[in-house]
Design a protein around this ligand. Structure first.
Ligand SMILES: NC(=O)c1ccc[n+]([C@@H]2O[C@H](COP(=O)([O-])OP(=O)(O)OC[C@H]3O[C@@H](n4cnc5c(N)ncnc54)[C@H](OP(=O)(O)O)[C@@H]3O)[C@@H](O)[C@H]2O)c1
Length: 450
């Protein structure tokens, strides 16, 4: 649809899903109508809203002329609506609705990270084929403008690494465990009481939500499709307060990170808890429900974007930025100028994900060792035989049952070698429990991105 076809020279938007983000977006659009008009040079009009829940539809004071429906097909079939905003979440029917809208020549804005992480290839391909715009800024980091920064502002630089605190629930839990010295269960219950964690928190605490977001970030940063099932993911439900305390003694703060590193032929993408050096890491300072994403550009160096990673109003601002960009494309008859991932789909170079076994990292290892002479030399011997050199050791006094925590940090080592050594140690009579392993992530501005 072009400016000439649109009788009032306005762009009509159809919104599907009026939950937390949808309500925030509609409120913003109605409240800031004149500001948006001034910025765009033409009015942005709420053409129709859809939700299956009648309460959601009746809770907003909709302008006259805006249709309210529980049937998304009414929006998809309306030729007066060239721009669809999908805010219902989930995989189906969201996938079919987005593909149908694109197929009908409509530009689409979505905040749906799960949808893009699972079906991004299909959706990006469809948008390119139909020459429409696809905005998904709100899918990563809520209100933080990370995707546009990667796609446009840093389009000319090579991104070497992206790492971030991209799940506010996990960051809240780890921050309270550290600050209040409480265990995981207590911190989780408090997060649930405050509305920061769902009744079923698995999606967040098992790292799945972070995996969706790092898949999108990596695809944007490196211009390569990223296969979600191949991303190694470890959540935080096994984290114990004792390790946060020991980490503090070494000067580390524990965070759940999504990490994506350019490895040349391959890309290293993963989600797991990490110790970060308190003194030098910008991410180490990010507490509570906040999100932050750190980039390392070859020419730019490090950059930190910090802000609210969720919530109706912050996320609505990201949706609105995309809606305005799409609306300009439609109004000026210039859709599909900037590819959704910053690289034309046909020119992308597909790079495999690097297996976790081949990554290198520094490690925090907590052994529960038999309190007997020779144990420390046994542990260091097994590690040393596999080329794993110890950086520092903390050994505490005797605990119940005669075992003592022996905590070791290592210099950089290969994951497969560490796992080999731990398989031997954990099967030996020198330890009484499975060893706790937490990777240590050096701050990127300190040097090597890997
Ligand atoms: N909330 C955030 O802070 C945030 C931040 C960034 C991104 N996101 C993403 O934004 C999207 C929306 O999140 P949200 O938190 O706003 O979700 P939400 O509060 O659950 O809202 C979704 C709304 O869509 C409705 N809906 C679901 N399926 C529908 C269908 N088939 N037809 C019509 N309506 C349907 C739901 O109705 P019912 O109530 O009946 O289910 C609900 O009213 C998700 O993809 C989410 O991942 C959210």
């Amino acid at each position: 649809m072009t400016k000439k076809q649109n009788d009032s020279a306005s762009i009509k938007v159809g919104v599907i899903g009026l939950g937390t983000v949808g309500q925030g977006f509609v409120r913003l659009l109605l409240k800031e109508a004149s500001h948006l008009r001034q910025r765009l040079g033409f009015p942005l009009v709420l053409g129709a809203v859809c939700d299956r829940n009648p309460k959601a539809l009746s809770s907003l004071a909709l302008p006259s002329g805006c249709r309210a429906t529980s049937d998304s097909r009414e929006i998809l079939a309306d030729p007066e609506i060239p721009l669809v905003v999908e805010l219902m979440g989930g995989l189906e029917p969201a996938r079919s609705i987005v593909l149908e809208a694109i197929g009908a020549g409509k530009s689409v804005v979505t905040a749906n990270k799960a949808l893009l992480a699972h079906h991004g290839e299909e959706i990006f391909g469809a948008a390119a084929r139909h020459g429409v715009d696809l905005g998904f800024e709100a899918s990563v980091g809520g209100g933080i403008p990370i995707l546009r920064t990667l796609r446009e502002s840093l389009a000319g630089d090579r991104i070497l690494k992206v790492s971030g605190i991209i799940n506010g629930t996990c960051n809240y839990i780890l921050s309270s465990m550290s600050r209040d010295r409480v265990d995981f269960g207590t911190a989780l219950r408090e997060a649930q009481r405050l509305g920061y964690a769902e009744a079923d928190p698995s999606f967040d605490i098992d790292g799945i939500d972070s995996a969706h977001k790092i898949a999108i970030l990596a695809a944007m940063a490196f211009g390569s499709p990223v296969s979600l099932p191949e991303i190694p993911v470890e959540g935080i439900r096994h984290i114990q307060a004792i390790d946060i305390d020991f980490g503090r003694e070494f000067g580390y703060v524990l965070k759940l990170l999504g990490i994506a590193t350019d490895g040349g032929e391959s890309i290293d993408v993963r989600v797991h808890p990490c110790f970060l050096p308190e003194e030098t890491s910008m991410l180490a300072e990010v507490d509570g429900v906040y999100n932050a994403i750190e980039l390392l550009g070859e020419a730019l160096g490090p950059l930190l974007l910090f802000g609210r990673g969720a919530g109706g109003d912050p996320t609505a601002t990201a949706v609105m930025g995309d809606v305005m960009e799409c609306a300009r494309g439609i109004f000026h008859n210039a859709r599909g100028q900037v590819p959704a991932l910053g690289v034309p789909v046909s020119l992308r170079v597909v790079r495999p994900l690097c297996p976790l076994s081949s990554i290198t990292s520094e490690y925090y290892l907590r052994f529960m060792a038999q309190d007997q002479p020779g144990t420390l030399s046994y542990l260091s011997g097994v590690l040393g035989e596999r080329g794993i050199s110890i950086e520092s050791v903390i050994q505490k006094g005797r605990q119940k049952g005669g075992s003592v925590p022996v905590v070791v940090t290592t210099h950089r080592a290969t994951e497969s070698r560490v796992r080999e050594a731990l398989a031997i140690i954990d099967a030996s009579p020198h330890v009484t429990e499975k060893t706790v392993v937490i990777r240590i992530e050096s701050a990127p501005m300190e040097g090597s991105p890997s």
